[in-house]
Design a protein around this ligand. Structure first.
Ligand SMILES: C=C(O[C@@H]1C=C(C(=O)O)C=C[C@H]1O)C(=O)O
Length: 380
């Protein structure tokens, strides 16, 4: 019995070793699953993700930024070592413990905006949408919590397990990026049964919603914009079969969203998968419509780099199957801070104060977990 515990490594312990030794790693739990998958790359050559065709036959984890023109690159973490829940191979445990890389520290710089500043940005965005006759753009902000994040983060991942329907992730490439979160939004899933995606938008707090939740015009229109965009994109790729279901109300922690599901049992050649991913990302759930102009407006008004927030991330299997999710309800893990990213869809019908409140409610998905951990030094 004693021998067994000594010879097995939990996911939290493996995360700790990787954070301490600067080893690139990923951890995830798929929605509805109880299994936590851990993978580590036992070399510190940073791998740029070059698309699904180029990475055919490889197993690992993909993490991509919101905007490819920023200085964040899409990365691939190769699974040189991987296990589910516990690592029991003594040699593999020693190998992980003895692998150490040197990488620069990642220290945070100030960039959060105050309530009044965000209201100003919201008004500018709403005015721009009205003036240019645009339908929607997504504005976001950050909340930074200085703390001993390297020690705290494995414990927060454990806490996230209470979100059964979310995709839980913690992926780090030391010196480049480290992100952790509980995303409710599938970007694109592919396996031998075909493809699956969703249009997720519209938000209301569970605490004040009617039973069943009722949706106003702003939320219904905002979600329809995402549905139309995804449907138009998918129609070009899936000419024989495309199943659409919804919208239905979906709960994600302390908020409800509207969601429409898309499925196709068709298969696509790898180069077309890359094209589909390129056309889908970013959807109006995190960017806007028209897409190019929305991207410009976001960059102009936000003045903060989103980095990997609102990009997509998830595991890639050697079979070619993948489970990609939108990097939402997420935080960036610095060596000395955690930085949450939260946003919301803005339309000409938006009310600035309501949109601010919405970002607070979304932030509570992760903040509530940190609060539950009784991290006494900080109030937020
Ligand atoms: C932008 C975020 O969430 C997205 C925006 C939503 C909205 O505007 O209602 C809802 C779900 C997500 O597609 C976020 O969580 O930061």
């Amino acid at each position: 019995m004693i021998e067994q515990t000594e010879n097995r490594l939990s996911v939290a312990e493996a995360q700790n070793i990787c954070l301490r030794n600067n080893i690139p790693f990923y951890t995830y739990r798929l929605p509805g699953s109880r299994e936590v998958i851990f993978g580590a790359q036992l070399s510190n050559d940073t791998r740029i993700f070059k698309g699904f065709e180029k990475h055919r036959g490889e197993k690992g984890f993909v993490i991509t930024p919101f905007n490819h023109s920023s200085w964040s690159f899409p990365f691939f973490i190769k699974a040189d070592l991987s296990f589910t829940d516990y690592l029991t191979d003594g040699e593999a445990i020693r190998n992980l413990q003895n692998t150490v890389f040197n990488t620069p520290e990642r220290i945070f710089t100030k960039q959060d905006c105050e309530h009044f500043e965000y209201l100003d940005e919201l008004r500018t965005m709403i005015d721009t949408l009205k003036r240019e006759g645009m339908k929607k753009a997504v504005l976001s902000r950050t909340i930074t919590i200085p703390c001993d994040s390297l020690r705290l983060s494995p414990a927060i991942f454990e806490q996230m397990k209470q979100y059964h329907h979310a995709f839980l992730f913690f992926a780090a490439i030391p010196g480049k990026c480290a992100w952790m979160g509980a995303s409710p939004e599938t970007f694109l899933k592919y396996d031998r049964n075909g493809f699956f995606t969703m249009a997720l938008a519209g938000t209301q707090p569970v605490a004040t919603a009617k039973n069943p939740p009722e949706w106003g015009d702003k939320d219904i229109e905002e979600q329809q914009i995402v549905t139309d965009y995804i449907q138009d994109t998918l129609r070009h790729f899936f000419t024989r079969h495309l199943e659409i279901e919804g919208p239905i109300t979906l709960q994600a922690g302390n908020v409800f969203h509207l969601c429409t599901f898309f499925r196709s049992d068709e298969q696509l050649p790898a180069d077309q998968i890359d094209e589909l991913v390129g056309q889908l990302h970013p959807t109006p759930a995190v960017c806007g419509l028209p897409k190019k102009r929305a991207m410009q407006i976001i960059t102009e008004i936000e003045k903060r780099d989103r980095g990997y927030y609102a990009g997509f991330l998830g595991p890639l299997q050697a079979s070619g199957a993948f489970d990609l999710f939108v990097n939402l309800r997420t935080m960036e893990v610095f060596d000395d801070a955690l930085r949450l990213y939260v946003g919301g869809g803005i339309t000409p019908l938006s009310d600035p104060e309501t949109e601010w409140q919405e970002t607070c409610q979304k932030a509570d998905t992760l903040l509530n977990l940190i609060r539950q951990m009784n991290y006494g030094k900080i109030t937020f």
